[in-house]
Design a protein around this ligand. Structure first.
Ligand SMILES: [Zn+2]
Length: 286
């Protein structure tokens, strides 16, 4: 089993980057180690890649660390395993990404949203990494946290800029994500009543627990959400390229990967001026 390296940046790939051979297929990327499986109190992780671009080292895990052996629901979820590794690695900045459906009628497929807020509709996802470790008998610090400024403005700004340079038709620098439990998609009435009527812009299945765990651990988090389809019942029921998870994904995975690498290139992993890490504190309750 691999030792966890000390790395300050992490990229959590999603349905946007599957099959893109991220990060090894991209110019300027140096692979330091590949296929790294780590032991955690929650079980073994999916394989990580340890890589570097323009002097910025990062850890990468495909598809939120989910595979046939590791699910994204409690107990022992992919999120718990992944963020245990990021915590031990000393990660300070986390970028996530996923495809999403639109619930705002102004959005079209291939538009990118860099969200600035979210509403969590999941039911089976972990909420507090340290409490879960405590429940497994580990003596760990415990934190409470606020979700003011849930995504990092500095990381988000750099993602907006890098996404604007790789060919997406439109890039939105704010938006509210509705997070669905899945894995099924939504009905037309769910899209209308649960998301659209509440002012939610996009619906996805990632973002939780990443946004919770990053905040709990004092890390900055931001995400690239790529609209792959109209929410059910909105605009048009046909999906571009027949299925969003094949032709569409194949078309846009490389630009998404380039945008994420562009953001890494300009990132200062020691810059705390955004203030994200100030919104948690040692708990007196947990
Ligand atoms: Zn931040």
């Amino acid at each position: 089993m691999a030792d966890i390296p000390q790395v300050k940046i992490a990229v959590l790939g999603g349905s946007t980057t599957i099959g893109a051979n991220f990060p090894r297929a991209y110019e300027g990327v140096n692979i330091i180690a590949d296929g790294l499986v780590f032991d955690t109190p929650f079980g073994q992780t999916a394989p990580f890649t340890h890589a570097e671009v323009d002097g910025k080292e990062f850890l990468y895990a495909d598809f939120h660390g989910i595979n046939q052996q590791v699910r994204n629901t409690e107990p022992n979820s992919s999120g718990e395993r992944i963020f245990y590794v990021l915590w031990k690695a000393g990660v300070r900045k986390v970028i996530g990404t996923a495809l999403c459906g639109s619930t705002n009628r102004l959005l079209d497929p291939a538009d990118v949203v860099i969200p600035d807020d979210f509403v969590d509709f999941t039911t089976k996802r972990p909420q507090m990494l340290m409490v879960n470790l405590q429940n497994l008998g580990h003596d760990v610090p415990r934190y409470s946290y606020r979700l003011y400024q849930p995504t990092c403005p500095t990381l988000s700004d750099s993602l907006v800029e890098s996404c604007q340079g790789v060919g997406f038709p439109r890039v939105f620098k704010r938006g509210i994500v509705g997070v669905a439990e899945g894995p099924r998609l939504e009905s037309p009435s769910e899209i209308r009543l649960r998301y659209q009527n509440l002012g939610i812009d996009i619906v996805t299945m990632n973002f939780v627990p990443e946004v919770f765990f990053a905040r709990e651990l004092g890390m900055c988090y931001a995400a690239v959400e790529l609209v792959s389809n109209y929410g059910e019942g909105l605009i048009d029921h046909r999906w571009e390229g027949n299925t969003a998870f094949r032709d569409f994904q194949k078309k846009w995975s490389a630009p998404t990967s380039e945008a994420i690498l562009g953001s890494l290139r300009v990132m200062d992993p020691d810059d705390d001026s955004c203030g994200c890490s100030a919104y948690r504190w040692e708990s007196i309750l947990l």
